[in-house]
Design a protein around this ligand. Structure first.
Ligand code: NAD
Length: 469
């Protein structure tokens, strides 16, 4: 059994003092593996005080100094890639091939921030005025469990590029991943106080961070419900917020789409990160006259996305992160069946031979209408809804009829694919593929969030302008 009982405060690991423990299971077996001593409000206060003490140094640091911090951070992350991959697979249950890619993004995100930092105009003239961009203060970073190391690295790198010290409140379900990344960051030898991390629950440590008067900004990635809480409670101290929340992303297959390529791609997009991905394309819009062909092709393509042991490189779909998440996904599959949608693959229960862990059967519902709960709610598991449409006009309307707006996908010939993409209300629209660009802003319309991360927009979100006249 692993035991995690330290926090990272003011440049070192300090013994945790709380009396409460959380036990985490191996998602692939359901067996307990880790005990986390939960952080307290006092420990959070110590972390904020450490960050506040170095705020003037960070805010007025030279740009080259910040670039050096980030270079050292990226080098430390690169030295430990394999260890981070192993811990993520073991603790989170993410299939190794995808985990390798996402951990790779962590180091790319740090390096991308070095580029942005070097190109950003921290001082500019506007008429008579000199406009300066200053780090806005101590930033609180709150991250989810579905790519813990990646989110911590990308948020930390942007905050440091802006000259903001940070206090991280990572997901309590990622205790070992968090512990490891804190050790790796320690190796980067940042000035003490710039990076602090307190492991604990949202209820205790998260809420204390959101309420703390010395925290100027919260950068949050997680569920829409928690995002609403942060905006509401953060208002008491007028916190700046960046909220990266949920999604229910549409994937439109145009009438001329090449199904040989588009259907396997649709499954890759829907079941990415075992379906526990904010950008999963979980509403597949198909021309009604090709619905039977789509159902047949999807069932056939499922074989390319096997569910199984996450350490097997051929596996695409691993277990759900926890028993709670497993039950939540099962609940949605049951509601899908009850709603009258046509179950074309998967269903309730575990896949054969995988009864022990939190594995769910990759599930496809067809003939779904956009008002069904499985088409409206973010399920966060490998559950795809196929919705028929009668005209491209209607497909665009259905795609945009959602509370969210994080991501969208279109497959089909040009120029129509791009024309349709131009009408979708989402922070990112991928045409005929699934790609990522760390220099481009990432974030959502509607209830997918507020603000953007990455690129110039991400950096500016950690700064305030000061005008000299
Ligand atoms: P969550 O909202 O339950 O938890 C996220 C983090 O917030 C955790 O660290 C948690 O401890 C903390 N937290 C919970 N309640 C809090 C409170 N009241 N105050 C402060 N902190 C609190 O989300 P989750 O279940 O960990 O993650 C899944 C969600 O994250 C999904 O909805 C998914 O779409 C979203 N997500 C979004 C993106 C994006 O970039 N838009 C990326 C990944 C995940």
């Amino acid at each position: 059994m692993f035991s995690i009982d330290t926090h990272y405060i003011n440049g070192r690991q300090v013994a945790a003092s709380g009396n409460e423990w959380l036990t985490l299971d191996d998602p692939a077996t359901g067996q307990p593996t880790t005990r986390l001593r939960l952080g307290t409000g006092d420990e959070l206060n110590q972390a904020v005080a450490a960050a506040k003490a170095v705020l003037p140094m960070a805010r007025y640091s030279q740009l080259e100094e910040r670039a050096t911090w980030l270079e050292r951070l990226a080098a430390a992350v690169d030295r430990h890639l394999e260890e981070m991959i192993d811990v993520t697979v073991a603790e989170y249950g993410g299939p190794i091939t995808g985990v390798r890619q996402r951990i790779g993004y962590a180091s790319a995100a740090i390096r991308s921030n070095i580029d942005t930092l070097r190109r950003f105009a921290f001082t500019e003239r506007r008429g008579q005025a000199e406009v300066q961009y200053l780090g806005l203060g101590v930033a609180g970073l709150i991250t989810p469990w579905n790519s813990s190391i990646g989110f911590i690295c990308s948020k930390l790198a942007t905050a440091l590029a802006a000259g903001c010290p940070v206090v991280v409140k990572p997901s309590e379900l990622s205790a070992r991943q968090n512990q490891l990344i804190a050790q790796v960051i320690d190796e980067a030898q940042l000035p003490a106080g710039l990076f602090n991390m307190v492991q604990g629950t949202g209820e205790t440590v998260g809420k204390a961070l959101v309420a703390h008067p010395d925290i100027a900004k919260i950068s949050f990635t997680g569920s829409t419900g928690t995002g609403r809480y942060i905006q509401r409670e953060g208002a008491a101290t007028l916190k700046r917020v960046t909220l990266e929340l949920g999604g229910k992303s549409p994937n439109i297959l145009l009438p001329d789409a090449d199904f040989e390529a588009a259907l396997p791609l649709a499954l890759a997009i829907a079941f990415n990160n075992s379906g526990q991905a904010c950008l999963a394309g979980t509403r597949l819009l198909v021309p009604r006259e090709r619905l039977a062909e789509a159902e047949h092709g999807l069932v056939k393509a499922l074989a390319q996305y096997p569910v199984g042991n996450p350490s097997d490189p051929a596996v695409y779909i691993g277990p759900m992160v926890s028993a709670v998440q497993y039950r939540r996904v099962q609940g949605y599959i049951a509601r899908g069946i009850d709603s009258g949608a046509r179950l074309v693959a998967g269903g309730l229960g575990n896949p054969e031979g995988l009864e022990a862990g939190y594995f769910v059967r990759p599930t496809i519902f067809s003939n779904v209408s956009n008002d069904m709960v499985i088409a409206r709610d973010e399920i966060f598991g490998p559950v795809l809804s196929v919705l028929p449409y009668d005209s491209v006009e209607e497909a665009v309307a259905i795609a945009n009829d959602t509370d969210y707006g994080l991501h969208a996908y279109v497959s089909g010939g040009e120029p129509q694919a791009r024309e349709v993409a131009n009408r979708l209300l989402a922070g990112r629209v991928c045409i005929n593929g699934l790609s990522h660009e760390p220099q481009a802003p990432f974030g959502g319309f509607g209830q997918s969030g507020i603000g953007r991360e990455f690129g110039v927009e991400g950096l500016r979100a950690y700064m305030e302008p000061r005008v000299l006249l």
